[in-house]
Design a protein around this ligand. Structure first.
Ligand SMILES: [Zn+2]
Ligand SMILES: [Zn+2]
Length: 403
């Protein structure tokens, strides 16, 4: 990855890609105050103990999992005063807080990831909760990323599982993108898959080693997350990293937020989505018979209202109405899926077992999850395998047999 950072190149997809110039250094986390000698640090109760933070230039959230809310961003904008840079010591949410606070106050931003759990570290956008609603803001990429493999290796087990869940999502996400390219003519780039697929293969083969906290496997995992984040920056959107599996995850996360509950770590709900996409592609490629059944818009509205307030439901339905689903021939979409299916799926299946996807599935009722599968393609204007099933009128029955 390091050889493309900061470069601009013409790609076989016809576009010129610009790769952000991020410096990645591998050293002990204890060096952070010296490495970022004029920066302001933010941490939480879990991560503050990893570094001897200079009291005058740091803020420690008095909780174990501070949320990326606008209030917390504003707190950091204020606390960071005249320091020219904000550095986060933590995982997803802390990184988002620091990134957006730095952007708003015109400062530089760097990060010290403490878990290989998400692909947000190298990203430029910041998902922030504004009055309980998640909004994704444009922000800035990090200037530097400090990696301490010892720290990453010792992250909580659920964050390691989540890290594997969020990274293997790139496999069905790629298939959804190819599908959309074929069916809707959406633009596609191969570079952002080619730079990722060998890392993904390695992770599938080493998933047990990751959970056993083996250094080289953890290194591969964090590298894959950094590359995935960069791929999104290169593309200017999350298409390479997020398909139907993320819509399933997003719906579950929003359901928790609606009830004012803390959702599970991102990658843990993503792994449920990966399971769903895997089953969908399996059915498609293996030509499984799924009985046809109409799923009317009235039924969709009724089921959405069982999960969300009316205002949100109408918003979702508007998004869904804007999706024009073309007529789809199963044979035309089946064939291009076969090579990824054969190469990755046997390993993907085993990996999902290793990270114990069943414990996540069993933490919800079957009825709820199958509703999520039926509704996931309503919430976002992005074409995926669930739209194919919707158009073929097999979505409803698929949702009943998937778990
Ligand atoms: Zn994700
Ligand atoms: Zn390209």
């Amino acid at each position: 990855m390091k050889d493309i950072l900061g470069k601009t190149f013409e790609c076989s997809c016809g576009k010129t890609h610009e790769v952000p110039d991020i410096e990645i250094l591998e050293t002990s986390i204890r060096e952070a105050p010296d490495v970022f000698s004029d920066a302001f640090f933010i941490a939480d109760l879990n991560t503050a103990s990893l570094v001897d933070l200079p009291g005058k230039r740091s803020f420690v959230f008095n909780e174990r999992r501070p949320l990326a809310t606008m209030e917390n961003v504003e707190k950091i904008v204020k606390a960071s005063g005249d320091f020219p840079e904000i550095v986060s010591i933590g995982s997803g949410s802390l990184t988002d807080i620091a990134r957006y606070a730095a952007y708003l106050s015109g400062k530089r931003f760097s990060c010290v990831p403490t878990a290989p759990s998400v692909d947000a570290y190298t990203s430029t956008v910041a998902p922030i909760l504004v009055n309980g609603v998640k909004k994704t803001f444009m922000a800035i990429p990090p200037r530097r990323i400090l990696l301490d493999i010892e720290v990453l290796r010792n992250a909580p087990m659920d964050l390691l599982r989540a890290g594997v869940g969020d990274i293997v999502a790139k496999i069905p996400a790629r298939m959804d993108w190819i599908l959309s390219h074929i069916v809707t003519g959406e633009y596609i780039c191969d570079f952002v898959w080619d730079d990722m697929k060998d890392l993904l293969k390695e992770i599938l083969l080493k998933s047990k080693d990751i959970l056993n906290r083996e250094r080289s496997a953890i290194k591969t995992l964090i590298e894959a997350h950094l590359v995935s984040g960069i791929n999104m920056v290169i593309m200017g959107n999350s298409r390479p990293a997020s398909g139907a599996e993320h819509m399933v995850s997003h719906l579950i996360e929003m359901f928790h937020e609606e009830k004012e509950e803390m959702p599970p770590f991102h990658g843990l709900t993503v792994m449920i989505g990966v399971f769903v996409s895997m089953k969908a592609y399996e059915a498609l490629v293996e030509k499984k018979e799924i009985p046809l059944e109409e799923y009317s818009i009235e039924e969709r509205r009724k089921e959405l209202l069982e999960l969300f307030e009316e205002r949100k439901v109408e918003e979702f339905l508007k998004t869904y109405a804007g999706k024009k689903l073309p007529k789809i021939e199963a044979d035309i979409v089946r064939e291009p899926m076969e090579s990824i299916y054969k190469e990755f799926f046997p390993h993907l299946k085993r990996t999902l077992e290793t990270i114990d996807v069943n414990s996540m599935i069993n933490s919800y009722s079957k009825d709820f999850l199958s509703k999520v599968v039926r509704l996931a393609n309503t919430i976002r204007d992005r074409f995926t395998v669930l739209d194919v099933f919707d158009e073929m009128k097999i979505l409803k029955n698929f949702s009943k047999i998937v778990f």
